[in-house]
Ligand binder design. Structure first.
Ligand code: BGP
Length: 467
């Protein structure tokens, strides 16, 4: 028997730049993602291959109809994607929006709706218009707050009848780890302390921009829900040494800093300590505090991929490639990309977030990036992915039994796409294989993996049949 509420939404999540390609089509401007060659997370890193994976991605732009049909075949009731700001305002600061860009998303949302999938739309997912970096210095500049609001108002007004579920900014806390992707910050000779100063200023500016978008959404689409989103990982003390416990408390405060403000509308009690420790002093205008107070989110969305253990003992070995650091947890296995797999951590985080905020949660990303093999007969056998998702969904069900109020679940990358942290196509998450590699080769043809049929069964049983 299913434990999930009737209204629970099942689906998958992608982002505009990681799927669409067509990077200059129909008046689109360059985004920061378009400046990243394969394997780079900052534009200054020179490409080994010279391939810019986001320029073509999986060409969803020209295949959205058939791709959405495949997703709908699995029974999706929700489809998460983002709007590329640079399709709507090619330079981010244009006086008028680009009609061709607006019309494109109208077609995408109409198609999704016609297939029974509710669009869940992120306003900005790691793809700021590049002009906002070169002309303004990214989110450090307060002018971006207004520009973001204008963009948000434009898309809310246009899609008010189509889109009732929104997220303001993807993984807003990611700017601490990936400042270019997360906030459009390019560094030159800055010291570590100066970098932190800039990142915290961006954090504040994005929070104000996000709150303005929330306010606008509530006014323009009163029957919509709009959430904030973080990258959530379960954080454990490596030992029962109280130093480790206090270290985790600190890490959690850094991680939950954003939703603490987005849910409560005020800076949390530990702010001064946090700023002092980081050695930063940022510009916060009095009227911005009012905006934060008003722009409170309706739900807390998060991605969950791994857990991390933290130790105060510098001798412990740290985990390579895990985005937020931490040490090897002897109880867990790691993925091909070094991320520590921890299904129970998902249940833990669900409880943690709900306990902290008492607002509905939405798990908007979860999945396994792996090396898949396309066989000669067109099949892809991915039992490791089924296993990963099965265990995570089982833990999510336990979280529901624990009493957590949850709106839905979207796996990350239901169709193969470009990886955000490595720019690779070979780090595949999909139920649908796309014939494209890191050298830009392949005919782009789609193939259904074994996990496709499995997830279809899961959805048909409303999460009861995980076998
Ligand atoms: C999140 C992002 C996604 C995404 C995913 C998987 O951080 O919101 O854009 O790509 O993680 O990460 P990766 O692509 O680096 O494997």
């Amino acid at each position: 028997m299913s434990v999930f509420p009737k209204s629970f939404l099942w689906g998958g999540a992608v982002a505009a730049h990681q799927t669409e390609g067509a990077y200059l089509a129909d008046g689109k401007g360059l985004s920061i993602a378009d400046m990243l060659p394969n394997g780079a997370i900052q534009p200054s890193v020179k490409a080994i291959t010279g391939v810019y994976p986001y320029h073509e991605a999986i060409d969803f732009y020209h295949h959205y109809e058939t791709d959405l049909e495949l997703l709908a075949q699995m029974g999706f009731t929700v489809f998460r994607t983002s709007i590329a700001w640079s399709r709507i305002f090619p330079n981010g600061d244009d006086a008028t929006p680009n009609e061709a860009g607006l019309a494109y998303y109208e077609r995408v949302f109409a198609k999704a709706l016609s297939l029974g999938m509710q669009p869940l739309v992120t306003l900005c997912h790691f793809d700021l218009p590049y002009n906002l970096v070169t002309q303004y210095g990214g989110w450090r500049n307060k002018k971006l707050i207004k520009l973001f609001e204008t963009y948000a108002i434009t898309v809310f007004s246009r899609y008010k009848d189509q889109v009732k579920l929104w997220i303001t900014i993807n993984e807003i806390n990611m700017m601490f780890h990936l400042p270019f992707i997360g906030a459009g910050l390019e560094f030159e000779q800055e010291s570590e302390q100066e970098k932190k100063q800039l990142i915290y200023q961006c954090a504040h500016n994005q929070l104000v921009g996000s709150a303005l978008a929330v306010n606008a959404c509530h006014k323009i689409i009163p029957d919509a829900k709009i959430g904030g989103m973080i990258m959530a990982s379960a954080m454990y003390p490596f030992s029962c040494n109280p130093d480790d416990q206090l270290l985790v408390l600190e890490k959690e405060q850094e991680g939950y800093f954003f939703p603490d403000i987005q849910v409560r509308g005020v800076y949390p009690y530990y702010t001064q300590k946090l700023f002092k420790k980081a050695g930063v002093s940022i510009e916060i205008l009095p009227e911005e505090l009012d905006i934060l107070k008003e722009g409170v989110i309706d739900f807390v969305a998060f991605s969950y991929y791994f857990s991390s253990a933290f130790t105060s003992n510098p001798e412990e070995v740290s985990v390579k490639d895990q985005l937020i650091g931490g040490v090897l947890n002897p109880y867990l296995k790691v993925s091909d990309w070094g991320w520590q797999i921890d299904p129970q951590g998902l249940r833990y985080v669900m409880n943690k977030v709900y306990e902290r905020y008492q607002k509905p949660i939405f798990i908007v990303e979860n999945g396994l990036g792996a090396n898949d093999v396309l066989e000669n007969d067109g099949s892809v056998n991915d039992p490791y992915r089924i296993d990963y998702l099965r265990q995570h969904i089982a833990q999510m069900a336990l979280g529901v039994i624990d009493g957590v109020d949850i709106l839905g679940y979207t796996t990350w990358g239901p169709i193969d796409l470009v990886s955000a942290s490595t720019g690779e196509l070979k780090k595949r998450y999909g139920f649908i294989y796309v014939d494209k590699n890191d050298q830009g080769e392949g005919d782009g043809k789609r193939y259904l993996k074994a996990s496709f049929y499995w997830y279809k069964k899961v959805i048909a049983s409303h999460g009861a049949d995980l076998i």
